[in-house]
Design a protein around this ligand. Sequence first.
Ligand code: RFL
Ligand code: PHB
Length: 389
Amino acid sequence: MRTQVCIVGGGPSGLLVGQLLHRAGIDTIVLERRSRAHVLARIRAGVLEDGLCDLLRRAGVGDRMDREGFRHTGTVLAAAGREFRIDFQALTGRSVMVYGQTEVTHDLYAARDEAGGTTLHEIDDVAIEGVDTAAPAVTFRQNGAARRIACDFVAGCDGFHGVSRRTIPRAVRREYERVYPFGWLGVLSETPPVNDELIYANHERGFALCSMRHENLSRYYVQVPLDDSVAGWPDSRFWDELRARLPARIAEALVTGPSVEKSIAPLRSFIAEPMRWGRLFLAGDAAHIVPPTGAKGLNLAASDIHYLSEALIAHYAGDGDGLLDNYSDRALARVWKASRFSWSLTTLMHRFPDQGAFGQRMQEAELNWLEHSTAAQTALAENYVGLPY
Ligand code: RFL
Ligand code: PHB
């Protein structure tokens, strides 16, 4: 088999670059280790920056998001029984869209089907070869049979555990990492959201987040120790813990119900450099991970895909390889800034086992500053709605 761009990974990064390239007349094959049903069952991001919304529209998959998504013009921060609002619209003139990653992925698969794009699911033993030559290829097994795709470029969109990043030789790759000493226990429930905007709560029992997908689907998270398991968190314990971490007014308004999904995700900051090696280009979680506190993971995948699709389209249009050569630097400049924001909001809002009385007072001082300073609120809002591409 042969294609122009072989895309490893059929998550949002891989599907989005595939769709943008398809619209520019560039042929792609997407290789995905899991079944489509498995990919679509993952509950992940919920907050989309304008940059990602625009990219989805440009890819021809923005209609349902524009119809069914919810515009949020601000968010609520709570701490020590108090709450205050960060008004994104007033502070930056911008807002965010609440529309689940599951829906984005669904829309991208539907568009790929309609375009007749090739997507191979449930493939194994993916290996990327020859990306430091003019003739790269991706080899893999499908139903036990060895297969090979020759291509011009490889887009490594296979997430944190994929093979793409590890294809870059150890001597070339630099990795930066912080593993946080806690995880997030997330629950999805078919109940009305407790508030019409997200609530990020700093509490002595640990961080809590109230989010949502739509009028009757809520997404809540609580900070938990890394060694906790879902089995130790029956619904009743989860709801009690969430209530205990929220200001009284909000806790009283909380509508609870059976969970329809429950999972624990560890929190990590990770960045690999460079994001390009020869004809291999990393994008999304394959190159970087942020803790979910700033809602930046999927949005960073989107800015990578913007830079990468633009560069590949310029190459095939005969406009030179300047953008391909700059891809890693352009993408990383934004990745580092969003990673800084995610780290900083995580540090502000969570209880760290070793933070001590001084660390505690630092959080209180910063929250107090945020509550009363327009400059501080503007800085948070500018990052939350997303830095420009
Ligand atoms: P994905 O989604 O991990 O997709 C990678 C795909 O590659 C496949 N794969 C392989 N395929 C072929 N060969 C191999 N060897 C392969 N190895 C892996 C995998 O099966 C998978 O389908 O990465 P991608 O596309 O870069 O997308 C990144 C986003 O999924 C991620 O950044 C976000 O979900 C992060 N995130 C959030 N981001 C936001 O922007 N806003 C949010 O509100 C937000 N909330 C979250 C989040 C992530 C969370 N978890 C569980 C990690 C909330 C949570 C709880
Ligand atoms: C979510 O709705 O899943 C969500 C929202 C905001 C975050 C993280 C996750 O910061």
